[in-house]
Write a protein that binds this ligand. Structure first.
Ligand code: GLC
Ligand code: CA
Length: 560
């Protein structure tokens, strides 16, 4: 019966590899990864078995927010290379049957984008309405919180026209005014430019923010930062804009898209991805990523303890949304989070490898398109630096500076923030045990993790028990089993606080996935004949005896 509900699409069956180009491979000795570096590693990417590469922004940018502040949407960032390099890279990917999706950052531009330079010149400039301005005669604009601003203030005064402009992110990332149809036309033209060049789709950066409450009502001062946010995301025109984008762009190409969707709920989810509504194919939400993080000040609050039972519910609730319509995504790491193993597994020497394999088993056996962040295929871990000098991320630096200016405890912030800082995941790829991990032959833009001499790709290529080899096996397993892609998902032993267990079933085939998220043995309560079922893959030779699972064990059984 379940079979009738399946709506097969190529993009649901792909495994996506997220590539952070700045930290992937440097070929010209400036310490910054580049497109030639990606070209050099194309065979490696292919060897992983992944089908799609999502590349973080590679467009011209002053890099206030590492490429998420674009000053020219049709040019390649000079540090990364040239358009010729891009064409060669795309060709190389396609020759290997790998698709490329690019980051579309259109909630805001860089303040160095020509549109903004024009916009700030005069109040009657033709580009004025490309951004949100507040004339100073009206008084100070109602306070809006900004995520990367030192003063947490989203309004920046610009003396040139005696007005304030609006920026949710840093002051170098002014928000585009999507209510202006010309802005939307420009965006669609940019999208078509890249699709016509042959790319295969987009990841849509902070797409929920493109429609916001532009009446800018005054809000009570005592509201928490997280409560401000609904005023500038998920605005009243969001669905109209996405339908227009679909009409103007997506409907004309056989391409893939995935939105970064803040403040989406399981109730509103299908409004975005119900195929009949012609908006997006998929999006990713953040519900499972916030465990242990205080919403108010982005500090890590619970010393690593989080409730697996609650966490399982989040995945279960989201899976239920997509049973009949739409489609989900699954990820445990990206460039905005700390490292997956440190966050959700265990990065101690004893458990790092085991828990990395366990997490890959999870990501690659769920009913959603899996996204794997580069470096996680070898189980790279956090750096947890507590020294501000180390950091390159505008978010960490500006938050720290803001606290310092207010005379607040910025050292306590660093201690706590170290565990969730985005730079944890942005350290250079660890290719081998040579100086700078084979990433560069000079000084890298962000320090290499000190564990590179033992944790690197080359070492793992030579070790059949490595995370890397396990990851490859798991990718193949998923790709060879439709049940793991389209099969139903059902939790087993839901209240178990250590084990995340579920079945995947399609027609007559059924798998049982058991994952121990803890460092101690755990018993599975189930009637399923676990011990007599054949093991398809596991991170242990004997992961379980009498339904007792080893620490961080991962097993997929075939149930007969
Ligand atoms: C998204 C990106 C993040 C960036 C922000 C602003 O969340 O993933 O890296 O800082 O948008 O563009
Ligand atoms: Ca370089």
């Amino acid at each position: 019966m379940y079979q009738q509900l399946i709506n097969k699409k190529w993009w649901k069956e792909k495994v996506v590899y997220q590539l952070y180009p700045r930290s992937f491979k440097d070929t010209n000795g400036d310490g910054i990864g580049d497109l030639k570096g990606v070209i050099e590693k194309l065979d490696y990417i292919q060897s992983l078995g992944v089908d799609v590469v999502w590349m973080n922004p590679i467009f011209e940018s002053p890099n206030d927010d590492m490429g998420y502040d674009i000053s020219d949407y049709k040019a390649i960032m000079k540090e990364f290379g040239s358009m010729e390099d891009f064409d060669e890279m795309l060709k190389g990917l396609h020759e290997r049957d790998i698709k490329l999706i690019m980051d579309l950052v259109v909630n805001h531009t860089s303040d160095e984008h020509p549109w903004f330079k024009e916009s700030r010149k005069s109040r009657d400039n033709p580009y004025r309405d490309y951004y949100h301005w507040w004339d100073a005669e009206k008084g100070e604009p109602p306070y809006r919180w900004s995520i990367f601003d030192e003063q947490s203030n989203a309004w920046k005064y610009d003396a040139c026209t005696n007005s304030y402009y609006f920026h949710i992110f840093s002051e170098k990332q002014p928000d585009l005014n999507w209510e202006n149809p010309k802005v939307r036309e420009e965006v669609y033209a940019i999208m078509k430019f890249w699709l016509d060049k042959g790319i295969d789709g987009f990841r849509l950066d902070v797409i929920a923010c493109i429609s916001k409450d532009t009446n800018f009502p005054a809000l009570p001062k005592e509201m928490e930062a997280s409560e401000w946010f609904p005023y500038y995301a998920q605005g009243p025109n969001l669905h109209d804009y996405l339908q227009e984008m679909h009409r103007e762009v997506f409907s004309k190409y056989d391409c893939m898209n995935v939105g970064e969707m803040s403040f989406v709920t399981t109730e509103s989810a299908l409004l975005f991805v119900d195929e009949e509504r012609n908006e997006l194919q998929s999006f990713y939400h953040f519900d499972h990523t916030g465990v242990g993080v205080s919403k108010e000040n982005f500090m890590y609050s619970d010393e690593g303890n989080w409730d697996l039972v609650e966490w399982k519910k989040i995945f279960d609730n989201w899976d239920k949304v997509f049973v009949e319509k739409g489609w989900g995504t699954i990820y445990l790491g990206n460039h905005d989070m700390s490292r997956m193993v440190s966050r959700f597994g265990n990065d101690s020497e004893a458990f790092r490898t085991l828990s990395a394999k366990m997490l890959h088993t999870f990501i690659l056996s769920m009913r959603a398109t899996p996204y794997i962040y580069n470096g996680d295929e070898i189980g790279m871990v956090n750096t947890n630096h507590t020294n501000i000098e180390y950091y390159q991320d505008v978010y960490t630096i500006n938050y720290y500076n803001g606290l310092k200016q207010k005379g607040e405890d910025c050292e306590a912030f660093l201690q706590s923030h170290a565990k969730i800082s985005r730079d944890n995941a942005r350290t250079p790829m660890q290719w081998d045990s040579s100086l700078q991990a084979g990433f560069t032959n000079s000084n890298p833009w962000l320090a290499v993790h000190s564990n590179y001499t033992s944790l690197n790709v080359a070492a793992q290529e030579n070790d059949p028990d490595s995370v890397l080899h396990y990851f490859r096996k798991m990718v193949q397993l998923r790709k060879n089993n439709e049940t793991l892609i389209y099969g139903s998902f059902e939790l087993v032993d839901q209240s178990n606080a250590q084990l995340f267990a579920y079945t995947r079933q399609l027609n007559n085939e059924q798998f049982l996935v058991v994952l121990n998220f803890s460092a101690t043995p755990a018993i599975l309560q189930t009637d399923i004949q676990v011990d007599s079922s054949p093991i398809i893959i596991s991170n242990y030779a004997t992961p379980c005896q009498n339904k007792v699972f080893e620490p961080y064990a991962a097993v997929i059984y075939k149930i007969q």
